[in-house]
Design a binder for this molecule. Structure first.
Ligand SMILES: CC(C)(COP(=O)(O)OP(=O)(O)OC[C@H]1O[C@@H](n2cnc3c(N)ncnc32)[C@H](O)[C@@H]1OP(=O)(O)O)[C@@H](O)C(=O)NCCC(=O)NCCS
Ligand SMILES: CC(=O)OP(=O)(O)O
Length: 328
């Protein structure tokens, strides 16, 4: 287990939060729930839409369709989405769905956070959160990051990185990319407690190639400098220049980030999603997320390729995010 995860688990156990898991039909979720209860990481509510799963001692099992909260959640959902033309009948039908019901639990303060995505696509997991919880104050864009912990690695912070956006925004323009970079830096600071070194990744380093794609990353970097002047952020940089001191000194000699990057901002979702999965599988790295940044309350996604161990980890991280949010 990485030092990062050990720290998250210890912190989660120190002040238990209530986390909702809407995928009671998924065996990995049930296995993870048993371990979470055993390790005392969170109080759990497990939702299911069909046959009741095997009970998990110490966790609450709820079928949204028969829950006494169903009507209140439907009424509130209709109120929240009235401008979008939602009727009470539509709201009742949506609240039958475990992901919508779980998101309403978080909205109404009946849970502190939600983790889902082991057997649902990212779009299905995140749409209710985007529609119901909305962005955090002062934020325009929600994006997704992965905490990646590479074993026996001298790069980043002893092999620990934030990769973003790996889950949500498909082809961000320069403005959106700058928001993703600033949010990723804040996520690093929140979870790691140290100053981030943000690399805006490209196939070019400091003008070694020319194209509209390179220009977009350079423009996003300039926007970050304008919006967050104290932040250590540089681009455009190739991944080898961002990570390795020798290559960084060669390709981007004036850069304060080259050779030291720990927050890797990818130019689009193709690159980010492919990149994290390569590192996770080929380097046998721990990869936790997609974790959401910029959302009003803690909701986090999983890859459908996750293990029970990954779910335990994301629940611990979600609980820590909930602690930090309640301390604000
Ligand atoms: C996340 C995603 C589902 C949202 O798209 P969508 O379902 O088409 O949603 P819409 O554009 O209709 O937006 C739904 C709501 O979310 C909001 N929203 C969408 N993306 C947002 C973002 N990045 N930040 C903040 N709000 C966002 C919209 O403003 C809208 O709010 P409203 O209904 O109150 O007006 C979409 O961006 C997506 O599919 N991304 C790729 C996910 C993926 O496949 N990832 C790969 C695996 S990790
Ligand atoms: C994050 C991600 O890629 O999710 P999935 O593997 O479920 O598509």
């Amino acid at each position: 287990m990485s030092d990062f995860l050990a720290r998250m688990k210890a912190q989660a156990a120190g002040d238990r939060k209530t986390i909702v898991l809407p995928e009671g039909e998924d065996p990995r979720t049930i296995e993870a729930a048993r371990r979470i209860v055993e390790e005392g990481l969170a109080d759990l509510v497990i939702l299911h839409n069909g046959e009741e799963p095997e009970p998990v001692e110490g966790a609450r099992m709820v079928d949204p369709r028969t829950s006494p909260k169903h009507e209140a959640y439907a009424q509130e959902l209709r109120r929240l989405r009235a401008k979008k033309g939602m009727t009470i009948e539509q709201a009742r039908e949506l609240v039958d769905d475990a992901t919508y019901f779980g998101t309403m639990m978080v909205k109404m303060g009946d849970a502190d956070g939600l983790v889902s995505g082991a057997c649902h696509s990212t779009a299905n997991t995140l749409r209710p959160a985007l529609q119901i919880l909305k962005t955090a104050p002062g934020t325009k864009l929600v994006s997704g990051f992965m905490v990646v912990c590479v074993p026996d690695c001298e790069y980043g912070d002893h092999g620990t990185f934030v990769f973003s956006d790996i889950g949500l925004n498909e082809y961000p323009d320069a403005e959106a990319l700058s928001e993703i970079a600033i949010a990723s830096a804040a996520s690093w600071k929140q979870l790691m407690g140290t100053e981030p070194h943000v690399a805006m990744l490209s196939y070019s380093s400091h003008g070694s190639a020319n194209s509209e794609y390179v220009d977009k990353v350079a423009e996003a970097t300039a926007l970050v400098h304008a919006k967050a002047p104290g932040l250590l952020c540089d681009g455009e940089l190739q991944t080898d220049a961002a990570l390795d001191e020798t290559v960084g000194a060669l390709k981007a000699p004036t850069s304060e980030v080259a050779g030291n990057a720990d927050v890797l901002v990818f130019p689009n979702l193709d690159a980010g999603n492919i990149g994290y999965k390569l590192v996770q599988r080929l380097a046998k790295a721990e990869a936790y997320g997609p974790l959401l940044q910029g959302i009003a309350k803690p909701v986090n996604d999983l890859s459908r390729g996750c293990s029970a161990t990954d779910i335990v980890a994301v629940v611990a991280i979600t609980a820590v995010q909930a602690q930090l949010a309640s301390a604000e």
